[in-house]
Ligand binder design. Structure first.
Ligand code: TYD
Length: 370
C-alpha cells in the first residue's frame, strides 16, 4: 500500500509589531517551507501589506479568535518572533503543548518574544522547542531547511494505515471496529486488528491489572496513566509499528485518544501531562483516521446495567467522570486531523457502521495510491 503524505507546516510571525523590514524574511521562510509541503498560516488578511499570504480573510483582530485549524493539522510550526514582545506566542504555546516540533527564530538585531525565550531558558524548557536567532536571510533559510528535513525524516514511514475506533464505555465500538475490519478485508486490504490496552501478551497482563474487576486496590491516577502508556509502548513496538512498516492496515479499538479523554479529562490529569507521554509511547505515530462514537452516559449500555457486577474500575466511575471523558473526546476531535465524531444511535449499529464506511471509503479514495 502506498499512502500519500501531505505535509503541512505552520508559519506564524509577529503580528502586533510586524516590522516592515521583515517582510522579505517572512517571504523567504514561507518559500523555504513550501519546498517541503503546504504552509498554512493564521495571520492572513486581504489588506495586510506585511504578510506573504493574501487572498484569505482573517476572522478577527484578536489573537485568541484566530482560526487554529491549520495549526491543528500541521506537523510542525515555524515562528518568526523578531521585534515582538508577545507576537506569535499563542500559536507557539499551542504547538509546544500539542507536542509538535517548533522552531522559533528571530533576527539577532531584534528582541524575540519574551514569553517564549523565558520558557525556553527555564528549567522546564520544552524538548520540542528550538530557539535559534539568525544573522542573515541565507542563514535563516539554512536553519529552516535543517529543521524541516529533520522533521520529515523523523516522521514514521507511511506505507501502512492506522485506523482507530474510539468512544465512551458501552458505545459498541468493538462491534464497529470488528465490522470495519471485516469490510476492509473484503475490499482486499491486509488488515491487522488489535486493541488498547492489550494486544500483546505483556500488554494484556497490564490490561488485567488495570481493568480486572478482581483488582480491588485503588490505583493512583498517575499509576493508572503509566500502566496505560506501558501497555501502549509494548503494543506499538510489537504490533503497530511492524504492521505499518509492512504496509498493513491496523484497525484498533482505542488509542492514545482514550488516554487524552479518560486520564486527561476524566481523571483531570491535564493535557500537559498526557501529551508528552502519549508522544513517547507511540513514537509520534497518530491515527491516520479515527472515529469517535459520541455517546451520552445515560444512553450507553453501562447505564442500563448490562455490565452488572463485572464492571471494571473505569466503568464503575460515576456520571460526572464519564461526562468529562465525553468532553475530552470532543476536544480531541477538534485538535487532531482526520478524527470523525459519529453520534451514537440507539439500536443503530448498522447505521453507525454505514457512516463509518462512507468516511473510510472517501479517505481511502483520497489517500491510497493504487
Ligand atoms: P475497553 O477496551 O473498551 O473494554 P470493554 O471491551 O470492556 O469496553 O475498555 C478499556 C477501558 O479502559 C475503558 O473504560 C477505557 C479505559 N482506557 C483508559 O482509561 N485509558 C486508555 O488509555 C485506554 C486505552 C483505555
Amino acid at each position: 500500500m502506498n499512502i500519500k503524505r501531505a505535509l503541512e507546516w505552520y508559519f506564524t510571525g509577529a503580528i502586533t509589531t510586524r516590522p516592515p523590514e521583515l517582510l522579505p524574511a517572512y517571504k523567504r521562510i514561507v518559500k523555504t517551507m513550501q519546498e517541503f509541503g503546504r504552509v498554512p498560516s493564521a495571520h492572513v488578511a486581504d489588506d495586510d501589506p506585511y504578510h506573504p499570504f493574501v487572498g484569505k480573510k482573517r476572522k478577527s483582530d484578536n489573537v485568541h479568535d484566530f482560526d487554529f485549524a491549520g495549526l491543528r493539522n500541521s506537523v510542525a510550526l515555524v515562528a518568526e518572533l523578531s521585534g515582538a514582545t508577545t507576537g506569535g506566542g499563542a500559536e507557539v504555546d499551542y504547538a509546544i503543548r500539542a507536542g509538535m516540533p517548533v522552531l522559533a527564530t528571530w533576527h539577532k538585531a531584534h528582541h524575540a518574544s519574551w514569553y517564549i525565550t523565558q520558557w525556553a531558558n527555564s528549567s522546564c524548557a520544552p524538548p520540542n522547542l528550538q530557539l535559534i536567532p539568525y544573522e542573515s536571510e541565507d542563514h535563516l533559510e539554512g536553519i529552516i531547511k535543517t529543521f524541516c528535513s529533520g522533521v520529515q525524516k523523523a516522521l514514521p514511514p507511511r506505507n501502512g494505515l492506522y485506523i482507530v475506533v474510539e468512544g465512551g464505555d458501552g458505545c459498541g465500538k468493538s462491534t464497529q471496529s470488528g465490522r470495519l475490519s471485516a469490510y476492509l478485508k473484503e475490499k482486499g486490504y491486509d488488515v491487522a486488528g488489535s486493541r488498547e490496552p492489550g494486544g500483546t501478551e505483556q500488554a494484556e497482563r497490564i490490561r488485567n491489572v488495570l481493568l480486572s474487576p478482581r483488582e480491588k486496590e485503588p490505583l493512583h491516577p498517575l499509576a493508572e496513566l503509566f500502566l496505560f502508556e506501558a501497555a501502549r509502548a509494548q503494543l506499538f513496538d510489537q504490533v503497530i509499528k511492524p504492521n505499518l512498516r509492512e504496509g498493513r492496515m491496523v484497525v484498533t479499538d482505542r488509542s492514545f485518544l482514550s488516554t487524552f479523554a479518560y486520564q486527561g479529562f476524566g481523571r483531570q490529569l491535564g493535557v500537559q501531562t498526557i501529551d508528552p507521554l502519549n508522544q513517547l509511547a507511540t513514537d509520534g505515530i497518530s491515527p491516520d483516521l479515527a472515529f469517535i462514537i459520541d455517546v451520552d452516559f445515560s444512553q450507553a449500555k453501562i447505564a442500563v446495567g448490562e455490565f452488572g457486577n463485572d464492571r471494571d474500575r473505569i466503568e464503575r466511575e460515576g456520571q460526572e467522570f464519564h461526562a468529562r471523558v465525553r468532553q475530552g473526546y470532543l476536544a480531541a476531535a477538534e485538535r487532531h486531523r482526520n478524527v470523525h465524531v459519529i453520534p451514537y444511535i440507539v439500536n443503530g449499529i448498522d447505521e453507525m457502521q454505514a457512516r463509518i464506511r462512507v468516511i473510510t471509503d472517501k479517505f481511502l479514495e483520497e489517500n491510497v495510491i493504487k
